[in-house]
Structure formats: structure tokens, C-alpha cells
Design a binder for this molecule. Structure first.
Ligand code: ADP
Ligand code: MG
Length: 485
């Protein structure tokens, strides 16, 4: 899989390449870490070298350093020693070049495939009739385990009503709201509930993307007629995220016909989007069709609802967490429900890894680690990217690195030559000013430098900026490039 051929002489005289060694170690490690955590934290890692008993492990992001040292170094060493007992120590080195470098890193998803726990193994879709497929409804999404609060009461009530009388008064049903607020949950739960009451109903749940692909395929194969016929047998059509219909004229047109055919036969249609119909910028006739039925929004949950959701999820995960801890999370994570779940996932990891009962303090630590200014990475389990993309600290590092032609590695490293020192101090200055990172965290990023070093660096840049027009120009240019101003 890997093409890295750097070879590693072992005391046994056996020569293996680093990639093979790392894979063997990861195979030891994987069963001991929850899979999602494993994939998140070990993605794009590699062995960079070996210095006698020291094994040098490369991490793609500066911010994973602290996490690895705190959570995985002991486990990793143990695993390594099981493979090669002459390894005495694990040292970490950040090498941002590892990120997405398929040549130097292992494809974890391939080497560690997910064990399927679905009812229909390996299948994400069900075939309902000739050529008619639906995505499988997740049985975890139920109306019964959806927590109702003022933020989603109307949407929930509408789903409830539709589930007992599809094609009735609320047709079409249109739910809208921001990401991670429960739209998909409600849509699938309604589908599940209908099937429970009417097991022979033909319920199609699909995403706008899938629907579009089907339309395109039908057009290419000149099978539009067949496509339309297929949808006539549908009793309930559920389409998630219809905001993606924007700018897809042909799909919109087809959707319009399908919609009308179903609507006229009083078949139920349920849709979701991130915006109300009017703001979707679709063909007018489609917009007005959407507006014919029931429109309900879901908004971010209030504190009580967040707490109730946490209690519910903790039960689902069989976690026994002190109520004060849940209250603390509910108080501080107020963006969306997915964020709440993300934090719970971290709590699960803490249980698994350290057999440690979560406390307010340990959760506060987790949340600080995950807090917005520090973490803008998409891969983190359970987190969604904020809609407006702000420069992440990775961007700052890379931006400054490009601007001054100094490698990120050097900036993070310990060299004090001026050519490297100034860019490093500018990075610190920008991280502080625009990402509002704490001095401690900035220190962590820079090879665990003391926070006083960071304070001095930031102060120094602030001072020099007042009398050095050259530096001022450079910093302004960087601020522009990073979209800070
Ligand atoms: P959306 O589709 O709006 O982006 P999802 O339906 O995917 O959001 O919700 C994200 C996660 O939050 C899901 O795991 C879902 O089960 C959970 N969730 C959201 N709202 C609630 C709620 N009111 N009660 C229970 N779980 C919820
Ligand atoms: Mg969704």
C-alpha cells in the first residue's frame, strides 16, 4: 500500500520498512481504541525515523501533539514493544506535510474497515421495486427518542401528525433549519413510524444528491418515462436537504412532475432544507408547491432541551454520567445538537481509554481542546464546520510559511535565527489577535513552549509594528491573505 521504502534495521537483523512496522503497531493499537477515535487521531501519521531505542512518530497537525502525548503515548509504546522489544521510547514530531500525503501515510479506512453492524449487511439502500431504491432508514431515529422543546415543537408535532395520517392535512411537509438541529432525525423517524403502522407502504427516503443522480442517469439512458413510472408506486417520498436543488434546472423540472403526480394522488411528501422555501432560489412553481402544505422550522435548542437531549443520549450510549457534568456540557455547548453528541463521544473515549469517570473538570478540558478557536478541522468526530469558514490556525501557519518561505516545521521547531524567529513570532501574534487562542495553547502548538515566551513574542511584534513600516506592510499583507481584515 505504502511506497515509502526507507528501511529500518532492527536489532534482530530483520529489515522492514517503516510503513510495515507502523501498520503492525497500529494493528495492535486499533482494538484498544474506539474506532472513530482511532481513525481521527491516527490518520496521516507515520513513522519518520528511528534513533536507537527511540521511535519517531510523525503527526500531521501540531494540535494532535498534546492529545497523543496525553492519551496515546503509553498505549503506542506498549503496542510498539509487542512488535519490537528494542523500542524504548516514542517521540513525536509534527510534520504537516503528512496531511493527505498518500505516499507517506497509510490509508486507515482501507486497513481498518468498519465492522458492519447494519441489519442488511453492507447495504445502504433497499430496493423497493424495479429500479426504485430508498436509503435505509436508521432505526435509531425514532419519534420516541426525539426530545421536544420550544425550538422544534411545531416540526415534531407535524411529523407526528403525518406519521399517523400520511397524505393528509400536512402535505407536503417542509422542515427547515440549521445544520445539526434534527431535521434528518425527524424525517427518518417519520418514515420509520409510517412503516411501523403500515408495513406495506412504499416509503422512499433519499437525498437531493441521490435524486439528482437518478435524474441524470435516466436522462443519459433516455429512460425518463420509466423513471416517472417508478415513482408512481411511491406512497411516501422523503427528500432530505433540498437546498441542493438550487441551480439544477433539469432536476427541478423532473422533481416538479414527480411532486405533482404524487401530490394529486394524495401521497405524502416530506422535505427538509437549511432555509425556508422562499430563500431556496428554486423555480417559482416549485417554491409555491412547497409552500402549499405545512412549513415548520427547527431552531437551536434552549438549555433545558439540550440537557434533556444529553440525558437521552447518555442513556443510549449507556453512559453513567453525573448530572452536574451533563449540566455543564449543556450550558457551554450551545451551537447545535451534533456538537453535544461530539462532546459525549469524547466522554466515551475518556471512559474507554482511561477508565476515568468524567468530571466537570475533565469535561472542561475536553471542551477547551475542542473549542472553536482551536479546532476548525472537519475531521473531528461529531463536529461540523462552521458555515462561515474562518482561517484555522493551520491556515495561519501555512500562510506565514508561504509568505516568508520558511517551513512550518522550522517555525514550530527551536531555531532562533532571525529568518525563522520573526515568522514564528508573527504566527503567534496572529493566532492571539485573530483566533483568540490562549497563550498556553499557542505555546502547546509550538513544541510546548512556555506561555511566557509566547507573551513576549506577541508583545514584541505589537511593539515593532508601531515603528517598523516594513514589518507593518508584511503583517497587513498576511492579514489580508488570511481574510482577517
Ligand atoms: P440535521 O439533519 O438538521 O443537520 P440531524 O438530524 O442529523 O441534524 O441531527 C444531528 C444529531 O443530533 C443526530 O444524531 C440526532 O439524532 C441528534 N438530535 C438532533 N435533535 C435532537 C433532538 N431534539 N432529540 C434527540 N436527538 C436529536
Ligand atoms: Mg441532515
Amino acid at each position: 500500500m505504502m511506497s515509502s521504502v526507507s528501511s529500518l534495521p532492527r536489532s534482530t537483523g530483520v529489515v522492514v520498512d517503516y510503513a510495515t512496522l507502523w501498520l503492525e503497531i497500529l494493528r495492535e493499537l486499533a482494538p484498544r481504541i474506539p474506532r472513530s477515535q482511532f481513525i481521527t487521531w491516527f490518520k496521516d501519521t507515520a513513522i519518520l525515523g528511528r534513533e536507537e531505542g527511540k521511535l519517531v512518530v510523525g503527526l500531521p497537525l501540531p494540535m494532535s501533539l498534546g492529545w497523543h502525548m496525553e492519551h496515546y503515548s503509553a498505549l503506542t509504546l506498549e503496542a510498539a514493544q509487542r512488535i519490537d522489544s528494542t523500542i524504548l521510547q516514542i517521540v513525536y514530531r509534527v510534520d504537516v506535510g503528512l496531511k493527505d500525503d498518500a505516499k507517506r501515510t497509510l490509508n486507515l479506512l482501507e486497513h481498518f474497515p468498519e465492522k458492519k453492524r447494519r441489519k442488511l449487511p453492507g447495504k445502504q439502500e433497499v430496493r423497493l421495486a424495479e429500479g426504485l431504491v430508498s436509503k435505509i432508514l436508521n432505526p435509531r431515529y425514532m419519534l420516541e427518542n426525539f426530545i421536544v422543546g420550544s425550538s422544534n415543537r411545531l416540526a415534531y408535532a407535524a411529523c407526528q401528525a403525518v406519521s399517523v395520517q400520511p397524505g393528509g392535512r400536512y402535505n407536503p411537509l417542509f422542515l427547515y433549519g440549521g445544520v445539526g438541529l434534527g431535521k434528518t432525525h425527524l424525517l427518518q423517524a417519520t418514515g420509520n413510524a409510517i412503516l411501523k403502522l403500515m408495513p406495506t407502504a412504499t416509503v422512499v427516503y433519499t437525498t437531493t444528491e441521490d435524486f439528482t443522480n437518478q435524474v441524470i442517469e435516466a436522462i443519459q439512458r433516455q429512460k425518463m418515462e420509466q423513471f416517472r413510472r417508478r415513482y408512481r408506486v411511491v406512497d411516501v417520498l422523503i427528500i432530505d436537504d433540498v437546498q441542493f436543488l438550487a441551480n439544477k434546472e433539469r432536476t427541478q423540472e423532473e422533481f416538479f412532475h414527480t411532486f405533482n403526480a404524487l401530490y394529486e394522488e394524495q401521497k405524502q411528501i416530506i422535505l427538509s432544507a437549511d432555509r425556508p422555501p422562499k430563500e431556496l432560489q428554486l423555480e417559482d412553481r416549485l417554491t409555491s408547491r412547497f409552500e402549499k402544505g405545512m412549513i415548520a422550522d427547527v431552531s437551536p435548542p434552549d438549555y433545558e432541551t439540550r440537557l434533556a437531549i444529553l440525558v437521552e443520549k447518555a442513556q443510549e450510549y449507556e453512559l453513567f454520567i453525573d448530572r452536574t457534568v451533563l449540566e455543564f456540557i449543556a450550558e457551554h455547548a450551545d451551537q447545535n445538537v451534533r456538537e453535544l453528541e461530539g462532546i459525549l463521544m469524547q466522554v466515551v473515549a475518556q471512559y474507554d481509554l482511561e477508565q476515568r469517570v468524567p468530571t466537570v473538570k475533565s469535561i472542561a478540558e475536553i471542551m477547551e481542546k475542542l473549542s472553536k478557536d482551536f479546532y476548525k478541522e472537519e475531521d473531528l468526530v461529531g463536529f461540523t464546520v462552521p458555515p462561515k469558514r474562518m482561517a484555522s490556525f493551520q491556515d495561519v501557519l501555512e500562510g506565514v510559511s508561504r509568505y516568508y518561505s520558511v517551513s512550518v516545521q522550522d517555525m514550530i521547531g527551536s531555531s532562533r535565527v532571525r529568518e525563522i524567529l520573526i515568522p514564528r513570532q508573527i504566527v503567534m501574534f496572529l493566532l492571539k489577535r485573530y483566533l483568540r487562542m490562549s497563550y498556553e495553547r499557542i505555546g502547546d502548538v509550538f513544541s510546548k513552549r512556555d506561555h511566557t515566551t509566547v507573551i513576549n513574542a506577541v508583545k514584541k511584534i505589537e511593539k515593532v509594528l508601531q515603528h517598523d513600516p516594513q514589518l507593518l506592510r508584511e503583517v497587513r499583507a498576511l492579514e489580508k491573505e488570511l481574510d482577517f481584515v
